[in-house]
Design a protein around this ligand. Structure first.
Ligand code: 5RP
Length: 233
């Protein structure tokens, strides 16, 4: 079974949580893409839902499948958001933003009664930090912000290189919100809450990829089947 098959299995299990009439947040990335594809099939078969996307890419995918789309301004309270993650631990603390959508992903997750993570079980780690932590920053004053981010990371007891994310063609990546991303290569994050708080107050930091206290459940697919973390309902 391929990693993509596992992602699809997790997405299919998450689809079972969707009820008619629900207001849904749609995540971003290759795993969330499976969920949106499967949801599109259910919508084509008559399921009534209204959705908000976490990225322009997901918005385009959902519209191509004729999924009814809204905005957070029109639909500020969501019942369920289903999204992928780059890493998670057993306390359902996440690193997100590998697909550069962390800002909208966090806003949508926070507007949802319930956030469910779907992933292959290779994303589950004992300690967060192997995946570089994405930190979204405004382009203005980048070097000043980079130094302040480095200081905040050190104060939270972590250390590692900060790299400005580039696109495959070598140009600086610009997010849907018009910002840059600094990836913090930390190796391990011993104190995720402290790091999140330290980053929250750096001027120029728009958002960071530590999602703490947002996910209520994770559906992890592995060779041995599905593992559910958190509250199943
Ligand atoms: O946070 C994200 C995008 O910003 C994604 O959810 C995360 O990168 C996981 O992606 P994938 O399902 O492709 O592994």
């Amino acid at each position: 079974m391929t990693a993509d098959d596992l992602k699809k299995q997790a997405a299919a299990r998450a689809l079972e949580l969707v009820q008619p009439g629900m207001r849904l947040g749609l995540g971003t990335g290759s795993t969330a893409k499976h969920f949106v594809d499967l949801l599109g099939e259910r919508v084509a078969a008559g399921l009534d839902v209204i959705c908000v996307a976490t990225s322009e890419a997901t918005q385009a995918q959902a519209l191509s499948l004729a999924i009814p789309m809204s905005t957070l301004d029109e639909t500020p309270e969501l019942d369920l958001t289903v999204d992928g993650a780059d890493e998670l631990d057993s306390a359902l603390r996440l690193i997100k933003g590998g697909g550069a959508a962390l800002l909208r992903e966090k806003i949508v997750a926070a507007a949802s009664r319930r956030m469910v993570v779907i992933a292959d079980d290779g994303k589950l780690v004992g300690k967060l930090g192997r995946f570089p932590l994405p930190i979204e920053v405004v382009p203005f004053g980048l070097e000043v912000t980079r130094r302040a981010v480095a200081k905040a990371i050190a104060e939270a007891g972590a250390a590692g290189e900060l790299t400005l994310r580039k696109r495959p063609d070598g140009e600086v990546l610009v997010t849907d919100g018009g910002h840059y991303i600094l990836d913090a290569h930390l190796g391990t994050i011993d104190h995720p809450e402290a790091l999140a708080q330290a980053l929250n107050i750096v001027p120029g930091v728009v958002e960071h990829g530590l999602f703490i206290g947002l996910a209520a459940m994770a559906i992890l697919a592995g060779a041995g089947g599905l593992t559910i973390l958190g509250a199943a309902e």
